[in-house]
Write a protein that binds this ligand. Sequence first.
Ligand code: C2E
Ligand code: MG
Ligand code: MG
Length: 595
Amino acid sequence: MAVKRAPGLPAGSPIPPPVSRRVRIEQELIEQVFLLQTLMDTIPDSIYFKDKNSRFTRVNRYTAGKFGITDPGQVQGKTDFDFFTDEHAQQAFRDEQEILRTGQPLVAVEEKETLPGGGVKWVSTTKMPLRDSEGRIVGTFGISRDITERKAIEARLEQQALYDSLTQLPNRALFMNRVEHLLQAAKRRPMATTLFAIIYLDLDRFKGVNDSLGHQEGDELLVQLARRLETCVRPTDTLARIGGDEFSILLDDIKSEADATRVAARIQQELTAPFTVNGTEIFSSMSLGIALSSSGYDRPEDMVRDADIAMYRAKANGRSRYEIFDSEMHKRAASQLALETDLRRALDRKEHLLHYQPIVDLETRRVEGFEALVRWKHPRRGMVGPDVFIPIAEETGLICPLGLWVLEEACRQVHVWQARFPDLAPLTMSVNLSTRQLSQPDFVDQVQRVLAETQVDPSTLSLEITESALMQNVKVGTEAIQRLRELSIRLHLDDFGTGYSSLSYLHAFPVDTLKIDRSFVDRMKLGAGQIEIVRAIIALAQNLGMGVTAEGVETVEQVALLRTLNCKKAQGYFFSRPLPADEAEKLLINGLRAF
Ligand code: C2E
Ligand code: MG
Ligand code: MG
């Protein structure tokens, strides 16, 4: 006999026999329950019905599967305590009792579930009262949707939005947010004496590390630095990476300014030990700026800005130190910032010019050559000296295009003079360099190109680099310097005696000439001891086969003394101030004053 099955009934289901009306109603009921179960089982969410005691009366296949059970029927009569942690089950029980009592549903509550196997899932749960046909509450039913993946994505997005991907520290946005919270809390309780501080930190000479060791090593240094800084703060403080090599610390709830300076001092202490990156030991230091909430800030940006200004002051005062913000700094910083903006434009607008100061041969008493000294004719401020704008140019990187322009202009000029005064021994030109220029990978190529274009004999060009700049950057510096020497370009060690190096270091510098800093020349008037120092420097340099130029010679007495000390060359106001090109040319025509 062919068996006819009711639609939707699985194979093997009994075929309803023709029966009385009551039986038919029963049959329909069974089918409806069956349809309900089929429907529930196809839905990939957890669906469950519970009685008033929070016992499962019916669950779908998905729910059973989650509990590690194949047959949904076997879940009947069990409770959450059989499947979840006690804590989770208790919470669910309380929620359901509340629904039973009030008839109010719980809608889309996001909760964490710890499952029997130990797995953790996030679900969004909606629970409703279950009513009979008379409207009496007889239990609850609920739907829980797995949102684990969405939660993971949300967490990742939050991590990306609020944390720095390199160091995993809070980023600028999160930092500002926390400062904002503290400022608001302080405003709500104006009488309270809570104090907090921001320390703004910047790695000194990080650019040099990046340029000499590579970016990957630079990154590695930042990560190690972040870990070390973490050890200097309390868990309640916020250490953030603000960007590049800049970090910031929010010190919450401190007693006094001294608490902030103590942290700053500890950080500097921590940095005295070197970092090891890729086998290379790196000594680094940081400049720190501190702003205190007692200055009464409204906006987090303002407080961070002031800490930043104080940090810049620390850098300007010689790096590797901290400064506390005061309002005087603000005024200075504003004018510095304006200057920085103007300096960017000045290059395009050709507002720079060169002055030339003669370098005098003390034996022949003639001009041997010139040092090119850059000037800036500012449209409003008038003539601005290099001591003011060179540090800004170095900080901003503008020194590279500016330095290249100086080199081109000086070479062009010396070529003109060499051609115009063929009777003089070929005039030399000295050009000052910053380390930042030296660490450009193509620096030597740039110099070569300029020499070729201006047709200047390389042996008439001298490049001056200060002793401290060279010491900061020994590795990069010496490589480039070696190549420059191979081109027969001369190298002068500028401001000698003011840097870190001692006389015993001198042999390590592959330089042709030492320029004795003018402070030594000036101090010779103080007596024999000071004169002996100058004599020793000159003797040592000559033993090493180096020439010596005395800087800042202002009096005839100094000239005479230097001659007796066997100093061969000199430069200073006594002979001439730095002059514009046309006046320097007159000096070549008319000769020096007698000495
Ligand atoms: P520096 O290379 O040591 O240049 C000598 C400085 O001493 C010049 O100051 C010069 O005007 C000054 N000077 C010369 N003779 C005397 C004197 O008898 N008495 C006194 N008191 N001072 C004298 P200037 O032109 O203000 O330059 C200052 C510094 O700026 C330079 O020191 C140099 O380090 C830097 N600089 C100048 N031009 C450039 C440039 O084109 N590139 C770079 N990177 N630095 C530059
Ligand atoms: Mg110089
Ligand atoms: Mg000098």
